[in-house]
Design a protein around this ligand. Sequence first.
Ligand SMILES: [Zn+2]
Length: 349
Amino acid sequence: MAEINFERWQQVAHFHNPLKDGKLVEHSIEVRLDPLLEHQSVFPLMLKGKASALFPPTDREYLEECAERSKNQCFLCDGIWRKRTPRYSEKILPEGYLEKNDVALFPNLFPLAAYHAVVMVGNKHCRHLDDFPAGMIKDSFSVTLEFIRRCYESDPGVIHFTINANYLFPAGASVMHPHLQILGSPFPGTHERELLERSRDYFKKHGTSYWLDLSATEKLLRERWIGEIDGSQWFTAYSPLGPNEVIAIMPSVHHFLDWGEAEMNGVAEGLAKTLSAYAGLNLSTFNFSCLSAPLNSKSTEFCCILRLINRQNVVPHYRADDYYFQKLLGSELIVSPPEELASFIRQYF
Ligand SMILES: [Zn+2]
């Protein structure tokens, strides 16, 4: 194992502050570098303990109102999905769709890739984040992995898959009802390609997997470590890609075709617990992406990972959490230190 080096540096801003009688004040700013991709996350220390200034707590009453208003037009509620969603062809899925308990998978009407499925996650139109049961998440991953297997069997050229989620409109969801989106293509997406290439470079240089080294280092340091469940290991991101990023690594599997019960249990339990912790922080939205090595890959430089972040909370006329800093400069803001976040989420594991 090679130990991961976590790089950071400090800057100081000086100005006369009118809120402090014009006194000259200084503010420290910490910049963190992601050990693999080298993207920067910036932590202005003055924001410590002031997360609510940028992320006002969820307005639960407003959330219920939005749910009530959108429920009538929902094409997933009350079994309407059976009549109003598209079906796959005989070649890919002879049944047209996949179903398991309260979960169903069918094609996205507006695909972004050659294979783009939607998974309806449960029958409930709106859920608070402490109401995503592990069993329901496991069923969602179970139909997803079955779909990926079937796509690959019928079209062996489609080797790049990601499993994704947008929950609620501040996170980009056009449909409130909880759902996943599965993308499958012969080509890797931008972030996926970068991860695969950098992981390959790391493997060539060190002879070990970056992801296993990262996980082992985080476990040793304990600062950002959350815990292990079945086939998954959980910790907060040193240099997050979004607010409150939590990373899960599935150390024994390189791509989605390798997943067994242990990985499905681990991801389902870990997500349910982390989302409950998010609810404990009064957050209401999230995005996640679960990534895999190419399905035909035999190499061990990459293992399946999941990145989870929250987005702006549901409040009327909310302010977007992404601006030039994230969208155009590719940096991220740290509002809550990852070390404190890990210590909070650990209570839920
Ligand atoms: Zn619905």
